[in-house]
Design a protein around this ligand. Structure first.
Ligand SMILES: C[S@@+](CC[C@H](N)C(=O)[O-])C[C@H]1O[C@@H](n2cnc3c(N)ncnc32)[C@H](O)[C@@H]1O
Length: 345
């Protein structure tokens, strides 16, 4: 679809509004919080909530976060109107995708318009294009574009060069395309529930000439691959989109799918600082991502051990140099990698 001038203007508005929110508003909020919490006893997110209860700066910050996102998806210029009915060009000729029209979409998934995306990622042939536009062109900072995923794929290189990779919950392909590019000798498979996202991923993988990348419509809780089929199983930004029981099932499934001695790495979020936890939980409400709280409150390390993994590590992940510094000047997600190994046979 040709991008019209009014659509481009809208996109520019959203990016700049988000930039203002995540930098200027964030700085103002931090300053206000420091002032209000001076001398107060703060050890939990509930304490922070009390401190900020009458803060107009927090009210403004929260309102902007909710409504910039809502504007981005809905209404006259929103991404849903632009892309929902547009099937990605070339989707009917790709040979790197297996769809499963009989797949059942779980209730936890269809119950929520995740990211405030009306109808979620399965509504309309262009739902993948909607998601891609939201996650790239209308997103400032490190999470816009493919930079974070390229960095993650490079970071995985420290654990060795994989031969066979499964990317659980691959969305429109950001994570799997970057894995296939970084590890050209490996066979990479991406699975997801969303057929529109998979179609876009498959078209983009084929356009990039990635013969080592294939997609399949499947549920990460019980994927249609034999036991020990991969030496590396990954997910990026998927755990926080699963409810508690789906999350447990997915960890167990990642154990089943990785070979003895193989590695599982789930890149997601973990936060313990009371102020940042309060912000994260607020983001979870405002962005329609209820399971973010579930993930943060679960003992993932123990769940991984109960699934059979050893060598469980929880590592902060820097999406750009310096991002984990305490005085980092902009809002960011608390990126965290959960790394675990299936014991060698
Ligand atoms: C936030 S997106 C992340 C996509 C991609 N990994 C990335 O980093 O860009 C989460 C993805 O998980 C998928 N997902 C959620 N539950 C799933 C399930 N049970 N089986 C397969 N995919 C699932 C969603 O459809 C969505 O594409």
């Amino acid at each position: 679809m040709t991008r019209r001038r009014d659509d481009l203007a809208f996109e520019g508005f959203v990016v700049e509004a988000r930039r203002f929110w995540m930098s200027d508003m964030w700085a103002a909020l931090r300053e206000d919080y420091e002032r209000r919490s001076d001398g107060a006893s703060v050890s939990t997110a509930t304490d922070v909530e009390r401190v900020l209860a009458s803060s107009p700066t927090y009210a403004c910050y929260a309102w902007l976060e909710r409504h910039i996102q809502r504007t981005k998806y809905s209404g006259r210029y929103g991404l849903v109107r632009r892309f929902r009915d547009e099937r990605p060009a070339g989707a009917d000729t790709v040979d790197n995708l297996t769809l499963d029209p009989t797949l059942t979409i779980p209730d936890y998934y269809s119950a929520v318009d995740i990211h405030q995306h009306p109808g979620n990622l399965t509504d309309g042939p262009g739902a993948g294009l909607v998601y891609k536009a939201s996650a790239t062109s209308t997103q400032p900072g490190a999470t816009g574009g493919y930079g974070l995923h390229e960095r993650f794929a490079a970071w995985l290189g420290q654990f060795g060069v994989p031969r066979s990779v499964l990317d659980m919950g691959c969305g429109f392909g950001k994570s799997s395309i970057t894995l296939a590019q970084r590890f050209p000798e490996a066979q990479v498979k991406g699975i997801d529930l969303s057929a529109p996202c998979l179609e876009l991923a498959a078209v983009e993988g084929a356009t990039a000439g990635l013969g080592n990348l294939a997609y399949r419509q499947a549920d990460v809780r019980h994927a249609p691959f034999p036991e020990a089929a991969f030496d590396l199983v990954t997910s990026t930004m998927v755990l926080h989109e699963l409810d508690e029981s789906a999350l447990r099932e997915t960890l167990r499934e990642s154990y089943r799918l990785v070979e003895p001695g193989g590695l599982v790495v789930h890149l997601d979020f973990r936060v313990k600082d009371p102020f940042l936890e309060f912000i994260h939980y607020g983001h979870s409400r405002r962005n329609n991502e209820p399971y973010m709280v579930t993930l943060n409150e679960m003992d993932i390390e123990r769940e991984l051990q109960l699934s059979g993994f050893t060598d469980v590590q929880t590592l902060p992940f820097e999406e750009v140099d310096g991002a984990t510094r305490a005085d980092w000047p902009t809002w960011r997600f608390p990126w965290t990698a959960f790394v675990a190994r299936r014991p060698a046979a």
